[in-house]
Ligand binder design. Structure first.
Ligand SMILES: [Zn+2]
Length: 123
């Protein structure tokens, strides 16, 4: 993990599907705001990337493929992010030793799901 910010928190990726879709539930807005603020604190020089990532999440562009892989569909194509070691298949990630906005988006998405699991248990 490059930036000391773990993507995987408390096995967030095994959560069941079926959460309210974005824009249907204001809890998502609250969750994404909290998560984005945390990401900005952890990555103080990446505010632009955090905002791009937040928009990807709000647009529903993040899909968990399986327990260790997410798919991010951005305007420049489809990329795959690892939930284990913080890798991304995009060029930006390979060129710069830092978190690309796909990885940040994946982290935001998973943080939101975890947050809603805690605040609004589905049972
Ligand atoms: Zn990337």
């Amino acid at each position: 993990m490059r930036m000391g910010m773990s993507i995987v928190e408390n096995n967030a990726f095994s959560l069941p599907d079926g959460y309210p879709t974005l824009h249907e539930n204001s809890s998502w807005w609250h969750a994404i705001t909290l998560a984005a603020n945390r990401a900005k604190e952890a990555l103080p020089h990446a505010e632009v990337r955090v905002e791009r990532a937040r928009q990807l999440v709000l647009d529903g562009r993040i899909e968990i493929v399986h327990s260790s892989l997410a798919k991010v569909t951005s305007s420049r194509g489809t990329f795959y992010t690892s939930l284990i070691n913080g890798d991304c298949t995009c060029v930006e990630s390979g060129r710069r030793n830092t978190w690309c906005h796909h990885l940040i988006a994946t982290w935001l998405y998973c943080s939101c799901r975890l947050y809603l699991q805690v605040v609004q248990p589905s049972s």
